[in-house]
Design a binder for this molecule. Sequence first.
Ligand code: SOE
Length: 381
Amino acid sequence: MQKINVGVVGTGFIGPAHIEALRRLPNTNVVALCEVTIELARQKADQLGIERACTFDELLKMDDIKVVHICTPNFLHYAQSKAALEAGKHVVCEKPLAKDLHEAEELVELAKKTGLVNAVHFNLRYYPLVRQMKVMREQDNLGEVYSVIGSYLQDWLFYETDYNWRLEPDKSGDSRAIADIGSHLMDSLEYITGLKTVAVLADFNTIHKFRKKPLKPVETYSGKMLKPEDYADVPINTEDHANVLLRFDNGNKGVITVSQVSAGRKNQMKLEIAGSKKTFAWNSEAPNQMWIGNRDGSNESFLRDPSLAHPDARSVMSFPGGHNEGFPDTSKQLFKEVYDAIAAGKQPEKPTFPTFADGYRELLICEKILESNRKQAWVEI
Ligand code: SOE
């Protein structure tokens, strides 16, 4: 089997998650890694057992590297994805795809023009029961979607001393919680229901109006504490928490809540989708089961089990029922489909994986949610 050589850019929280997932696939070889400095790249490459440490420009000149994974802070996604496509590399980019719609639009056009494989890491779609819900909806098991309740709750930014580049608009964009995790929620919600959100009414809240910025580097989720003099007080104007009312193209409605300051909720995405036949309920912190609600009979608990699931959902499962799969497996399953396309050498007509176009869609929704919060009024999409 021809191994596909891969380069990864950025090794914060998610970069190593990409590397681990790629190493679980038979046809990939992570051979190069870039970081902000060559010294840091060398240090990380040694830690992660990767052969080459290089700068981004050097990576693009390596002919044997066919794919680049962009795992850097949001403000770098546009320039690095553009340069990689122009260098003839297939690209897997972290979400959000870019900092604004213009950047995303240009990337979608460039990807189309090159025909290269382009994907966005909306990995939460690849929890097998998320796909099972999508297929059951397509097979009309759910009926018409009446309403949707969604939430994505975390607590890694709970304290005013919890700090990260995502808090800085010049690095993260004007939205934080909605762009960072709301994008996953909206992507999964539209993916499962097949609905398009046509209008939003948003209300943001910033709990910590000031945060204590560490004067020394601290990594995502580390929650490490420094001495008081090691912090600088900085004003925060991005949202810790947001509520958004949704209107869908079938005339029905929904609501989502995202928060990065919900004590005890580590990384919980929840969906409750009520239909004219049944209700589906699912929770990413217990991803191997889903609840199916019935009006005229007992409710059901559906377990992730290849022998019970639809073939499309079975295709993103690697272990039998009861052998639970989780967050790390979602990236592996996404990359499996992306690298099948890369092995075929071009973007498929109907990709089963999230593409730059899906990245554009999430940015569009994010921008409309931001506008609605600013205007404190409904905004159409
Ligand atoms: C931080 O909120 C984060 O790492 C997100 O950036 C990821 O997209 C999400 O999957 C987990 O949490």
